[in-house]
Design a protein around this ligand. Structure first.
Ligand code: S3P
Length: 187
């Protein structure tokens, strides 16, 4: 793929927890053959502990600092093109939102709240969704973050009811269009 304007040649997946970023990033990796940078996995590897323990022992701010530092690294490095899977909260900080837009073709994976709830209900590794009232927590966080996802995205894809293969193929087609110099508006 060629490069559009000052945007790096990566495909970047953003979106709320449970919207399929990890699954779709692996499918894109399989179809395109690009290396995969899964930000949560890299942070866990560097911290030598799972995200839940980072939140418990070091606090959310420490996690957000690691996340922002890694994003800056990915944006600065002269890497060959990659698939970048972000964590759901990467859009919280304004400097990250600015970075994302230059990092590559940004795809917002979304899903209705009830689908997110059913996908995350039994998850033990998402500290922000631990405890009671998971549905309310999802609704509140979504309301806060949706404008940020929308602001950063070149494309939005509702992942409910589509196979990973269908979603990944659609993303690739749109990304090719984008990287060959055409403008793409987000939906
Ligand atoms: C978070 C989402 C998680 C992980 C961390 C915080 C969030 O990633 O980065 O638990 O703030 O939404 P996933 O979106 O991959 O679950």
């Amino acid at each position: 793929m060629q490069q559009a304007k000052s945007v790096l040649n990566n495909i970047v997946l953003i979106g709320f927890m449970g919207c399929g970023k990890s699954t779709i990033s692996r499918e894109l990796q399989r179809l395109l053959g690009y290396p995969l940078a899964d930000m949560d996995a890299i942070i866990e590897q560097r911290a030598e502990k799972p995200i839940t323990r980072i939140f418990e022992e070091d606090g959310e701010t420490a996690f957000r600092d690691m996340e922002s530092a890694l994003l800056a690294e990915l944006a600065a490095a002269d890497h060959p093109p990659q698939i970048i899977a972000t964590g759901g909260g990467v859009v919280i900080r304004p400097e990250n939102r600015q970075r994302l837009q230059h990092l590559g073709y940004v795809v917002w994976l979304c899903a209705p709240p009830q689908v997110i709830l059913s996908r995350t209900r039994h998850s033990q590794d998402r500290p922000l969704l631990h405890g009671e009232n998971q549905a309310t927590r999802i609704t509140e966080l979504l309301a806060q973050r949706e404008p940020w996802y929308r602001q950063c995205a070149h494309l939005s894809v509702d992942t409910a009811g589509l196979s990973s293969r269908e979603i990944a193929s659609g993303i690739l087609e749109s990304a090719r269009y984008f990287f060959t110099g055409h403008d793409q508006t987000s939906c």
